[in-house]
Design a protein around this ligand. Structure first.
Ligand SMILES: Cc1cc2nc3c(=O)[nH]c(=O)nc-3n(C[C@H](O)[C@H](O)[C@H](O)COP(=O)(O)OP(=O)(O)OC[C@H]3O[C@@H](n4cnc5c(N)ncnc54)[C@H](O)[C@@H]3O)c2cc1C
Length: 429
């Protein structure tokens, strides 16, 4: 009798969700094939060499927080824990374009927020009582928006809630789901300074989050098929029997499991009848190539901007980058105009004086995240599906978290754990 081949895992999509799933499963010694439509991994979290700037740039600045425990576990698994950078303490410096005022939000250590008693650590001109709005977010019902919890005016709204909501949920506070903000507050800000230190990729997203994962998988014997687009699944008796790629059909053996880790608008075309949340607003990034580095090598500066065109400025080496989330208004604005509009904010934030506008690149990610509204959040599917050997992963699946790296990685880990359960149930049957 021919030896029975051990069941295999087919992971479709090499964004962070697919990579996290594959990394966890390769650690368990399972045979895996990873299918990625594009020529490289990373998906919405990627880097590339820009010839005009002659620098490696990220598609977008990605801010993480020290309390993102799934990201930390993922980085450890791929040997890249040392590839994040950020200030040594939890400090969020801001500058107000209208007044030039600067301040720093500096949560203190421990879970009891004693630091709120110190006006120097709070948003200027706010009283400690106004921070009770946090409690309203934490207890809000499933259909509440952020403005229903925190209002839509005042210094705390303008200088804290609005920038935080737009950055985390890529949605204006009037439409953004309070339920999606809740786990972020619980797992980071409400745990104190240790959990809310801002972090970014030290050199590039690829060097921190993607390349080490691909190397780890390759070393473990994972087959990675770049340039392979899966466009359909053949299903019989609620079980996938083949993957349909552009130019071939890949047959599945009994016991094989499929993890579909593609964006929601692709998943809907591959899985008939799947309901997925619709895309939300674009995120626009502008990368300026400065004539000289403004931070020490390996260091990074992150500054929030209020009242300007930019929302966040990141300085790393000779690149200063601007992030603008919930950027529907900029979707059709010419790049040159965006570059000119944001530059004064960058020059102010980084104290560059009257430096002329340097060479710059605008990256518009039109479908950056799903629409993070209460209505859309209800459409997020769970990892398990009615098809016995199909599991879903991705930042848009029902992780309870916003569409972030932490959410994507956690969805991948969940899909990996469910795969192991499915496989042991199959073995026992
Ligand atoms: C500009 C921008 C800024 C962001 N800023 C932040 C931030 O500051 N902090 C943060 O935590 N998060 C941020 N995010 C969100 C974060 O990037 C995403 O949540 C995360 O990358 C999603 O990973 P994913 O694996 O779920 O999906 P994706 O990255 O979309 O991965 C899906 C993969 O599937 C592949 N694929 C698609 N179709 C097929 C197919 N038919 N067959 C095979 N492969 C296929 C794609 O090529 C892709 O590689 C930002 C996103 C953007 C775009």
């Amino acid at each position: 009798m021919a030896p029975r081949l051990s069941p295999k895992v087919h992971v479709i999509g090499a964004g962070l969700a697919g990579l996290a799933a594959a990394v966890r499963l390769s650690g368990a010694g399972l045979p895996i094939t990873l299918y990625e439509a594009s020529p490289r991994a990373g998906g919405r979290c990627r880097s590339y060499h820009d010839p005009q700037l002659d620098a490696v740039i990220d598609n977008g600045n990605h801010l993480m927080l020290s309390g993102n425990h799934a990201i930390m576990a993922y980085l450890k698994a791929i040997g890249a824990s040392d590839r994040l950078a950020g200030p040594s303490d939890a400090a969020f410096p801001f500058v107000d374009v209208a007044t030039g005022a600067r301040w720093s939000l500096r949560p203190g250590a421990g879970v009891i927020p004693w630091w709120l008693l110190d006006p120097a650590r709070r948003v200027p001109n706010t009283s400690v009582w106004q921070y009770l709005s946090v409690a309203r977010v934490m207890s809000a019902g499933g259909s509440a928006t952020m403005t229903a919890c925190v209002g839509s005016s005042g210094e705390l709204y303008r200088n804290f809630w609005e920038p935080l909501t737009v950055a985390v949920l890529n949605t204006a506070p009037g439409q953004a789901s309070a339920g999606l903000m809740r786990p972020v507050l619980r797992e980071t800000f409400l745990k104190g300074a240790e959990a809310c230190r801002p972090l970014v990729a030290r050199d590039s997203l690829a060097a921190t989050l993607v390349d080490p994962a691909v190397e780890t998988l390759t070393r473990a014997g994972t087959t990675i098929r770049f340039g392979t687009r899966i466009r359909a699944l053949t299903v019989a008796n609620q079980t996938i029997t083949a993957l349909e790629a552009d130019e071939e059909s890949v047959p599945l053996a009994a016991g094989d499991v499929v993890i579909l880790a593609v964006p929601p608008w692709v998943a809907e075309t591959i899985v008939p009848g799947l309901s997925a949340p619709p895309p939300g607003e674009p995120i626009v990034n502008v990368h300026y190539r400065l004539p000289r580095a403004v931070v020490a090598p390996g260091d990074v500066r992150i500054i929030g901007v209020v009242g300007g065109a930019a929302q966040w400025v990141f300085a790393r080496g000779e690149i200063a980058s601007v992030t603008i989330s919930a950027a529907r208004d900029l979707a059709d604005t010419p790049a040159e105009e965006i570059i000119a509009r944001c530059w004064p904010d960058v020059a102010l934030a980084l104290e560059l004086g009257d430096m002329p506008v340097p060479a710059a690149r605008v990256v518009k990610e039109r479908r950056a995240t799903f629409a993070q509204t209460p209505e859309a959040a209800r459409l997020r599917p769970r990892c398990r599906t009615a098809v016995t050997n199909l599991l879903l992963a991705g930042d848009w699946t029902d992780t309870g978290l916003p569409a972030t790296i932490e959410g994507a990685v956690r969805s991948g880990f969940t899909a990996a754990d469910e795969t192991l359960r499915t496989m042991s149930a199959h073995k026992a049957a």
